[in-house]
Design a protein around this ligand. Sequence first.
Ligand code: PHE
Length: 486
Amino acid sequence: MAELTNPERRMLRALQNRHDGWSLEEILSACNWDDQAIAVSAGHGLSNHGFLTIAESSTTEVILGVEGQKASEGGLLEARLWDYIQANPSATMGDLSSTFERHEAGPGIGLLKGLGVSIQGGSFGCDDSDSVSNAIEQRTAFIQSPTIEHELFEHFKGRKNLIEVVEMVKLTWKISASGIKVPKEELEEVVQIAEITPELLQGDDWKNAQFRPYDVSLEAAVPRSGRSHPMQALIERIRSIFLEMGFSELVDDYVQTAGWNMDALFIPQDHPAREMQDTFYLENPKQIQLDPKLLTNWKAIHEHGGDTESTGWGGQFSEDISKRGLLRTHTTVNTIQYLAKNPTNPCRVFAIDRVFRKESIDRTHLPEFHQIEGIIMEPGANLGMLVSTLKTFYAKMGYPEVRVRPAYFPYTEPSLEIEVKWRGKWLELGGAGIFRPEVTEPLGIKDPVCAWGMGLERLAMLVLGLDDIRQLYISDLEWLRNQPIL
Ligand code: PHE
């Protein structure tokens, strides 16, 4: 015989005691269940085995609507008004309006008028108050047990929200000939072990036990536990790739001077990116002191190229502009300071940090975002090394197709743009190049420096398949929960 579940066994045992149809209530009480879902599902199982048949019949019933429920507890509107008028024979319209809710008095009087109550000179009168009381009693009785057959059914159907007509489906379970034949012994409920515990395995009971099979097709709740924000997870992954490639991490402040953020990088003082509309300058600190020696060096480089072979930008270099406080616009400001402090030790350094630019927020721009910055300084460092480092990084991120194109930055020569192929299209992810002598010489750096700065959010959009950068920061819990583990 096919395996039956315990509820099926119990239900079939009950049905074998009486061979006509059983109602849901009868099954629940015979099986000692209070959850009708168990009965319905056991019934389905038994019907699939051919041990019973299920009959469906529908009946129409009248139930109370929202207003009907209120009326059955607190009385019908006409009953409450009528009681009040009986108790206060000289009551006027005004009294009614102040005693009852505003939306009740008007319709209530309408109902009473329909029963023969009249208004004369502002007070109420009636020829036959017994018949009014009688009619109201009948209506009250109907509300206590409404039926379709009752003569007041039509009256109540015409009133708003008092009664509702509903279709009720009733199921009846009836044992079949083959169900009757199933031997009682086979309908013993068996103890099935659902969980294997150390206690169970210590004894011998498990040897004869039945184990509940796993049903891998069942819907299961997805376990939800705390996890890193996808941006944080991505940062961790990038960090571990650079660490693996032999880099050390650099963390530094985002409050900086224009001097380090721009002048040290040979960005001309009249460069458009320095304008107020592109850079967040600070009110406090408005100025930050800089080493006078540095200022002298930068001034010389900018005005005429200093001791390098460069001719500089010409014009007048302003030390006041240099000292202005700002929120860094790129993380290159930190790598250049690292080099200034360690000009002669070959190094591989990276940073993943926040930068600020006055961008209006849209699908691909945010005023606060992150850059993945890095430098390699060592004897013989060259463009080939720079490109292969970036290619290795993106390949480890899962983007093996990378290309570079010529570009321009005031602080690198040659300069290039890095592009990654994504869904058949080339996307620009960052800039790179080799620092110019105007940048390295004033700081005493002798070896070539490969440098790059790439957008983290742009990369996140590829990794997470987003077409709107804002999605990363709106804290949409449902979206966050469904992000892949990176
Ligand atoms: N700082 C540049 C940017 O913000 C990127 C860059 C870094 C370019 C280092 C060249 C070298 O876009």
